[in-house]
Write a protein that binds this ligand. Structure first.
Ligand SMILES: Nc1ncnc2c1ncn2[C@@H]1O[C@H](COP(=O)(O)OP(=O)(O)OP(=O)(O)O)[C@@H](O)[C@H]1O
Length: 511
């Protein structure tokens, strides 16, 4: 048997208060009836008909409320349509939202899980009542199914939600509570959704990919052909998060705050008439975590990633089409923006972005990013990555295009601490005999986090393995230090020789 749950404000309340209401009604009624009788005899003789009828209808409705407390409540019906092609957003959202409102006392509820879902979903069952409070409003939800012999209704809906509340709250329920349920359900679904990585380039496997899942775009091989102009899609299984990123904590905090602020500012962007998008430029040497940071951003915001390698785009038109087919709440990544033969530079001879035989212009790129595309989508994040910021055209770096420039640097002592904790489980580096030396070496050596990770990967098991990995890292750092010293010595020697040659020529000229 399915449980019916009533809370303090639901039916049980009305039932409980009923006898009291009726007795108080009758005790109040006797003098009231006498008074009414007197009034009526006066009325019929002295007062106009319209006034009488108004008074009577008012009294009638007041009395009906007293006798039937439900009369001051209204119920909205939300149908899960029998039409397979139509799905009602309010119904779907209510199902998701109410799963979070199931009372701890509930004994029966539904549970389901689709193959791609991370966690099972709970749901309400037939006739179960769920109460909810929104601001000062109490509402009551109930899910019902048409009866078996109810031919007409079963052809109209598969199931139905009833939402009951006091009629004085009608506007607030419709204009505030329902949108609140929609927004909450969206946030819940977003948190549970499997993120996707869309890739435009078929020739190169994406840097974000950890393992290639099944393509969800289509099984059609043409989807992987760059000429088809379609995105192919796999599950994003990149495990990077802000916790696992080896970066300066202050920078990390700034990025997280910036992202969180951005997603909360829908109304702000609307008010100031700006497209709801934000641009980030990630620059730094290879292996410093630019791609990992994009994955961490996607995991933090629950946004899909569109990975656009510009070498796969052969014209402005193709670029526009590729971007127009991206969806809201996504991160579009223009990777290695400097990797073209000529780099993107407005001043270059033909003002063309040379990619093999393919050509598209910087203005084409900027037009799409700033123009139509950005205004017909919401919650877009655009990320440009480069190993050579200095090669980029200033037009690309202008504020408004790239709102935040993030320098992904060589590994720092704080970055090492994060990696030692991630890879070797060392929470306090001061307790390990090698960590102090490593931190000093990291401070004075250009080593990328990727190189540090590679060394630490050798550990990860018991204490001996961790020691071996850290010793490997010390050796690697010392080798790098020596190489750096050698290069620096060579450069100093070269500079000295040049100075000597210059002085010699100056002396010979003076002669
Ligand atoms: N800052 C970092 N924090 C944690 N891990 C990192 C970091 N940088 C690099 N790594 C590790 O190194 C690997 C390669 O890094 P990643 O591809 O993110 O660097 P990149 O800067 O994008 O390199 P490239 O410029 O060559 O594309 C990552 O999978 C990750 O394991």
């Amino acid at each position: 048997m399915e449980e019916q749950y009533y809370d303090d404000h639901s039916n049980s309340n009305f039932k409980d208060i009923m006898p009291t209401a009726i007795s108080s009604f009758f005790s109040a009624y006797a003098p009231f009836a006498g008074y009414m009788f007197m009034l009526q005899s006066m009325n019929t003789n002295f007062l106009p008909y319209e006034f009488n009828s108004y008074v009577y209808s008012y009294l009638k409705s007041s009395l009906s409320y007293l006798l039937d407390p439900q009369a001051n409540h209204i119920t909205l019906l939300i149908d899960n349509s029998s039409d397979e092609d139509y799905s009602d957003e309010i119904y779907d959202s209510a199902e998701v939202y109410l799963a979070t409102k199931i009372n701890p006392k509930t004994q029966i509820f539904r549970i389901s899980k689709a193959p791609k879902q991370k966690v099972p979903i709970l749901g309400v069952t037939t006739n179960q009542e769920i109460t909810d409070t929104f601001e000062d409003i109490n509402v009551k939800w109930r899910m019902i199914f048409p009866k078996e012999n109810d031919g007409y209704y079963s052809s109209v809906y598969k199931s139905r939600m009833e939402l009951t509340f006091h009629r004085k709250h009608k506007d607030k329920v419709i204009n505030s509570y329902i949108p609140y349920v929609l927004a909450r359900a969206k946030a819940i679904k977003d948190a549970e959704k499997t993120l996707k990585l869309y890739s435009y380039n078929s020739k190169r496997s994406s840097v974000f990919k950890i393992s290639r899942g099944r393509s969800h775009g289509s099984d059609d091989d043409d989807d992987f052909a760059p000429s088809s102009g379609k995105w192919s899609c796999i599950d994003l299984e990149h495990p990077a998060t802000f916790e696992t990123m080896a970066m300066e904590p202050e920078l990390k905090r700034m990025i997280i705050e910036d992202l969180d602020k951005f997603v909360k500012r829908r109304e702000f962007y609307k008010r100031v008439g700006k497209a709801w998008k934000r641009g980030y430029l990630l620059y730094g040497p290879p292996g410093t975590g630019k791609s990992s940071l994009v994955a961490a951003m996607a995991n933090h915001l629950h946004f899909n990633i569109y990975d656009l390698e510009l070498t796969s785009i052969s014209s402005n038109d193709k670029l526009r089409k590729a971007l127009m087919s991206t969806t809201n709440r996504s991160i579009v990544v223009f990777e290695d923006i400097d990797c073209s033969k000529g780099s993107i530079n407005r001043e270059s001879a033909e003002k063309k972005f040379m990619v093999s035989e393919a050509k598209f212009t910087l203005s084409g790129l900027l037009n799409v990013v700033d123009g139509l595309w950005s205004s017909c989508g919401d919650e877009r994040i655009i990320v440009f990555t480069t190993n050579h910021k200095e090669r980029l055209d200033p037009a690309l770096l202008r504020p408004g295009r790239m709102d935040m420039h993030i320098h992904m640097s060589y590994c720092t002592p704080k970055g090492f601490k994060t990696l030692a904790s991630n890879y070797l489980g060392i929470q306090d580096t001061s307790e390990h005999r090698l960590c102090g030396e490593i931190e000093a070496l990291v401070e004075s050596t250009n080593i990328t986090p990727a190189e540090v990770c590679e060394e630490l990967m050798r550990g990860g098991g018991d204490g001996d393995e961790a020691d071996a990995a850290l010793e490997g890292l010390v050796n690697c750092l010392k080798r790098k230090r020596l190489e750096t010293n050698k290069i620096e010595d060579e450069e100093v020697g070269k500079a000295k020789r040049q100075k000597t040659d210059y002085n010699a020529s100056e002396i010979s000229e003076n002669w």
